[in-house]
Design a protein around this ligand. Structure first.
Ligand SMILES: Cc1cc2nc3c(=O)[nH]c(=O)nc-3n(C[C@H](O)[C@H](O)[C@H](O)COP(=O)(O)OP(=O)(O)OC[C@H]3O[C@@H](n4cnc5c(N)ncnc54)[C@H](O)[C@@H]3O)c2cc1C
Ligand SMILES: *[C@@H]1O[C@H](CO)[C@@H](O)[C@H](O)[C@H]1NC(C)=O
Ligand SMILES: *[C@@H]1O[C@H](CO)[C@@H](O)[C@H](O)[C@H]1NC(C)=O
Ligand SMILES: *[C@@H]1O[C@H](CO)[C@@H](O)[C@H](O)[C@H]1NC(C)=O
Length: 664
């Protein structure tokens, strides 16, 4: 009976931690509790968010999981994810938030979780961590369920403003930009791919006057967090084993993952550790997981620190304003709303925004920091005129290629994955198909033959998978990205039940640049988000070159031994083009213009000479004292990375900067 699973351990661990804080102690004499006020205006989420609170997504895998004793929770409960929801009660002896803390961190995401953990280390400073979402549920721990949560209240359901000629194949022709909304932030719902960016990316950022951000500088912080268990790179000098964030190989590997790497090799690509300074090439994915369980930023950095008396974590608390003294231009605290009440809490030292690339700039604007003309048009008193939200880069992708094979059971068909055997395999050993990142397995960085860059500087990332949009019969992945039914039914439905897979390509350095603007003074209204995708023709031609590269890979023996063929069904809206022509592929990428959710730069970092900068290289908001932004919104340039690890690195580095300022 020694086969007690790591998963079970994890569950016991969570409930033990939760139990620890059930008791209520007395208030300590020197602590003063903050007094809430009744909220009169803008008190709750708008309807689109509320509707999701009661929504439990349908998935055959979840259905089978629920049949096992491990997951025997109450199915008629409206919060289907409430079982074993990670609890964040205040430490023993505290009954509510205090009137003041040294630091207030807004947002417990990839970056905010680390920041709060580091600043409260050693007990020298008090930290309040405010998070709009709730603790993560048990289900988010299961990697293969990742796409499911885009439909739930675990994300902010942002929609990009309508842009003609992109996202044409999405519902209402609008792109969906979900962001994580939980303690752990987007690291609770993401695909767990761990990437740091190329050496060249960070060195370019530093060369623009961002001192302290060269590759060598940031590597130190990546490694500070990392606890790597990678079969191929056991004694690598580029990985650390001493941090809190486990980085591991994905336990599950399909035969297609090897085909992808072999095909890459035949086309002249090296096998590399893409998280080393020599990262240009092909590799298995390194993932933020621990024995098959998602390692969110919350699990890595907050779980073990719940007992710290000087770290107060408040979920379900939506910050609506940064309090700034206009006379001294000093941030003095924040206002937040929870359960129809308003709190105002003072920060003795600093307020740090880690609310992510949409809410950090949004909060700045609501608090009078942003483009003067825009703020004035809403009657907001301008505290500091800054280009908040005026730069926004994103990584778009094309997920629409589908390849079919003459095999069976080489891919992750949901109907095969959803078996009792696989569920037990996962709960006992943390492996099997449930540990797959929903089919994502391998990466390849390439430079297309139209790139004008010199040297090993990739313009496209290829992502190898063992699943396609049809693998789950269109119920989860396609629904999650809001693919329109007319497109799915026509093109992908015929592939249901047979082996098919996709290779994705991600445009690493788009020349098209987006922006965002305030929609209203209601803090619960989502800001207006403009992706401006594919407005630069070079982006279109790079994507097409990437598609052609994939087709070359498919033609090599490693894929041909499975009889792999491109599914040549024309998109109904692209019928006027010859299949496979440049015109056709352009139409296709404008139809499935899929974001991989790496929005950055909305609170761009830059030296004083940079007119588009919002924060300085030490992350301080220009013109305002005691206010920093530390999350992915500060990344000034496009980088060849998925942005979770960069977010965590920014949290680490930000924490050190803050500590240095205050002599901690
Ligand atoms: C579906 C999906 C898949 C992805 N896959 C990957 C991947 O495989 N690998 C990868 O590296 N990256 C991936 N990403 C991107 C990556 O996870 C994010 O870029 C990263 O987590 C962002 O970190 P952050 O700290 O900037 O913000 P977040 O992690 O988003 O944290 C912001 C936090 O602030 C909270 N918040 C916001 N506003 C307020 C407010 N007013 N008051 C209180 N709290 C607030 C939010 O709820 C959230 O918890 C993915 C993203 C998505 C959406
Ligand atoms: C299950 O949840 C429903 C709705 O919350 C509740 O009425 C019911 O009593 C619960 N059943 C059990 C066995 O806890
Ligand atoms: C790039 O490669 C493709 C084949 O993949 C070829 O058709 C095209 O002519 C090449 N372009 C250049 C500029 O070499
Ligand atoms: C699949 O196709 C390959 C290449 O054409 C062939 O060698 C193989 O025998 C085929 N397998 C099956 C099961 O048809």
């Amino acid at each position: 009976m020694r086969a007690v699973s790591s998963f079970l351990h994890y569950l016991l661990f969570i409930s033990a931690v939760a139990m620890n804080f059930v008791g209520t102690g007395g208030r300590r004499p020197h602590d003063h509790y903050a007094k809430p006020q009744v909220c009169k205006q803008f008190c709750s989420e708008n309807k689109i968010v509320q509707k999701r609170e009661n929504y439990t997504p349908k998935s055959r895998i979840v259905d089978v999981m629920l049949q096992t004793p491990m997951f025997a929770f109450n199915r008629s409960d409206s919060d289907g994810f409430s079982a074993f929801r990670d609890q964040y009660d205040l430490p023993k002896g505290f009954k509510g938030p205090l009137t003041e803390y040294d630091f207030i961190v807004v947002g417990a995401g990839s970056a905010g979780s680390v920041l709060a953990a580091r600043l409260s280390e050693g007990g020298k400073a008090s930290v309040l961590l405010l998070e709009a979402g709730l603790g993560e549920s048990m289900l988010t721990s299961v990697p293969t369920l990742a796409p499911l949560f885009q439909m739930t209240s675990s994300v902010w359901p942002y929609l990009m403003e309508h842009q003609p000629n992109v996202c044409m194949g999405m519902e209402n022709e609008r792109c969906f930009w979900p962001r994580g909304r939980a303690v752990g932030g987007t690291s609770v719902v993401n695909y767990m791919i761990y990437t740091r960016g190329m050496k060249e990316d960070w060195d370019r950022i530093a060369a623009k006057g961002n001192y302290g951000w060269s590759y060598e500088d940031v590597l130190k912080y990546y490694m500070k967090s990392e606890r790597a268990h990678l079969r191929e790179f056991k004694n690598s000098p580029w990985h650390s084993k001493d941090g809190e964030l486990t980085v591991e190989d994905i336990p599950f590997r399909s035969k297609l993952s090897k085909a992808f790497l072999d095909a890459g090799k035949l086309l002249g690509n090296r096998r590399v550790d893409y998280n080393s300074p020599d990262g240009f090439g092909f590799s298995y994915i390194q993932a933020t997981m621990s024995r098959g369980i998602r390692m969110s930023s919350a699990k890595a950095f907050l779980h073990n620190n719940k007992k710290r008396k000087n770290l107060h974590i408040l979920p379900n608390s939506r910050v609506t304003k940064i309090l700034i003294d206009p006379a001294t231009k000093t941030a003095t605290g924040v206002q937040f709303r929870t359960n129809g009440q308003i709190y105002e809490i003072r920060a003795k030292k600093e307020v740090i925004l880690s609310a992510g690339p949409i809410e950090s700039p949004h909060l700045l604007m609501l608090s009078g920091i942003g483009p003067r003309k825009d703020l004035e048009s809403f009657g907001i008193e301008v505290v500091q005129d800054l280009p908040v939200g005026e730069t926004l880069y994103d990584h778009i992708s094309y997920t629409g290629l589908a390849f079919v094979m003459n095999t069976t059971r080489l891919t992750l068909l949901e109907s095969n994955v959803a078996s009792l055997g696989n569920v037990l395999q996962y709960t006992q050993f943390g492996d099997g198909p449930l540990s797959s990142l929903a089919g994502v397995e391998t990466l390849g960085y390439i430079k297309t033959n139209i790139s004008e860059e010199i040297g090993d500087f990739p313009d496209i990332e290829l992502i190898g998978t063992c699943a396609s949009l049809a693998s789950d019969d269109g119920k989860v992945v396609a629904k999650g990205v809001r693919l329109a039914d007319w497109l799915y039914n026509d093109v992908y439905k015929p592939l249901e039940g047979i082996d098919s897979f996709t290779i994705l390509l991600m445009l690493l350095h788009p020349k098209s640049k987006g922006y965002m603007k305030l929609r209203s003074i209601n803090p619960f209204d989502q800001p207006k988000l403009y992706g401006n995708y594919l407005t630069h023709q070079k982006d279109v031609s790079t994507m097409i070159a990437g598609i052609r590269y994939i087709l070359q890979m498919i033609d090599t023996p490693p894929f041909q031994k499975f009889g792999t063929k491109l599914h040549k069904k024309k998109f109904p809206n692209c019928k006027m083009f010859e299949f496979g022509s440049d015109g056709y592929w352009e139409c296709a990428i404008r139809t499935i213009t899929a974001t991989l959710h790496h929005q950055i730069s909305t609170c761009k970092m830059g030296p004083p000479s940079d007119p588009s900068a919002v924060v300085d290289p030490e992350l301080r908001v220009y013109g305002i004292r005691n206010l920093r932004v530390a999350d992915t919104s500060i990344i000034p340039n496009t980088i060849a990375a998925h942005t979770n690890a960069p977010g965590i690195m920014i949290g680490e580095k930000g924490a050190d900067m803050v500590k240095q300022t205050w002599g901690l």
